[in-house]
Design a protein around this ligand. Structure first.
Ligand code: FES
Length: 160
């Protein structure tokens, strides 16, 4: 082995050691950052569905948001309720029947009133609702965190 190839070998060895040290350092920083991040949940990063301006909804009406998987109900006193589209029996998508002012499930015919309460089985529980936040006149729905309930209560409504 020549002097030159010995030199190259040492340099290559140093380079690989340095590379391994850098990767390990990145891993440690990544893990620590992840642990710190989990201790402080950042509410600003929540994925909220913007349903639009409060002023664009009429009282006592239901508005479908298919892409958000909910119906937005504006109660007669102006309160809002975001009702999940998912049937509480086996998860089919319920449809709003404007003639009967309620929801109907096409799979096994469960029926719900306009507040999402069960009118006829096999579903035994009211349709889930989603938390609503109103910010700067916009309705933001947290459609990733359904809330289970058995009946409708006015306390479930969100106001400006
Ligand atoms: S899934 Fe809706 S009634 Fe069965």
């Amino acid at each position: 082995m020549t002097q030159e190839s010995k030199k190259n070998r040492v340099t290559r060895r140093k380079f690989i050691k340095g590379l391994i040290a850098a990767v390990v350092s990145f891993e440690i920083i990544y893990v620590l950052y992840g642990l710190v991040g989990k201790k402080r949940p950042n509410l600003m990063n929540k994925n909220l569905f913007n349903a639009g301006k409060v002023s664009s909804f009429e009282n006592d009406k239901i508005y479908p948001f298919g892409s958000g998987l909910f119906y937005l109900f504006k109660y007669s006193d102006g309160g809002f309720l975001a009702i999940s589209i998912k049937c509480t029996h086996l998860g089919c998508m319920v449809q709003f029947d404007s003639k009967n002012q309620g929801f109907m499930c096409p799979c096994h015919s469960s029926k719900f009133n306009k507040y999402g309460e069960v009118l006829s089985p096999p579903a035994t529980r009211a349709l889930d609702i989603f938390p609503i936040t109103i910010e700067k006149g916009e309705i933001l729905v947290d459609n990733e965190h359904p809330i289970q309930r058995n009946i409708f209560k006015p306390s479930q409504l969100t106001y400006i």
